[in-house]
Design a protein around this ligand. Sequence first.
Ligand SMILES: [Fe+2]
Length: 282
Amino acid sequence: MAQPGLAQPGDPKGGLARPGKFHNQTCKVNFPVKRAIISDIHGNLEALESVLAHIGDQQIDEIYCLGDVIGYGPNPCECLDLVISNTQICLLGNHDQGAMFDPEGFNSGAERAIFWTRDQLENSGGSRDQIDQRWDFLGTLPRVHRDDPWLFVHGSPRNPVNEYVFPEDIYNQKKMEKLFGLITKASFQGHTHVPGIFLENLEFITPEQTKNVFGFGEEKFMVNVGSVGQPRDGDPRSCYIVLEDDQLTYHRVAYDFGVTADKIYQTPDLDNFLGDRLKDGR
Ligand SMILES: [Fe+2]
């Protein structure tokens, strides 16, 4: 069902953006400054619709997606269509890549889900043009987006599609030094589905520790924006951030995960575990 404020497939691109901002009297259009950053949707339509509706209430200029639109979840086609219609930037995630090429490094459940997803993309939902549009979109997703001083990736600044940066990596000084050495100011990433902020002094800050708002100064930082469709920090609500001026804010959005889980249970090629974990946020 259509949600208010949510661009539907076929609508003009950028249906959620607020009117252009003007920063001086010559009416030169300023670069948009309020950005929602989402990641790891994983074919979870109920979560994505709830998050896009939440974003639609907030005067957002642009929506960036850090990858893994598909894989694991029961609605890959519908999620791709919404991402195509609503985001200005979308990056390549490892599951997106796995659906296009031979999946490597996935456990058997995830691999089975990828093959099922590939079959859905080819054989369900829509005209040949729509099917081609989804494949074309996947096939042209970039691995990195730079908007100096910001860097956007799915995994890490060193290996944009595949490398995980977990909270416990703060104990791996060499790894963290290498990653921070590749950042001008900050990177934004997903992949682990665990939201939080890494500081160069080897601290990891959870959203709870800052009451969901992180104001920044001169320091470098790496931000994991969390996951829309499969949170793994013990909170089943969808997670995303809004970046503006000198702060970022984490948002959690409740959605009906029972509906998504039921779809998974009814799909033999998707492990029941993939539904169970939505309820636990693990
Ligand atoms: Fe993911």
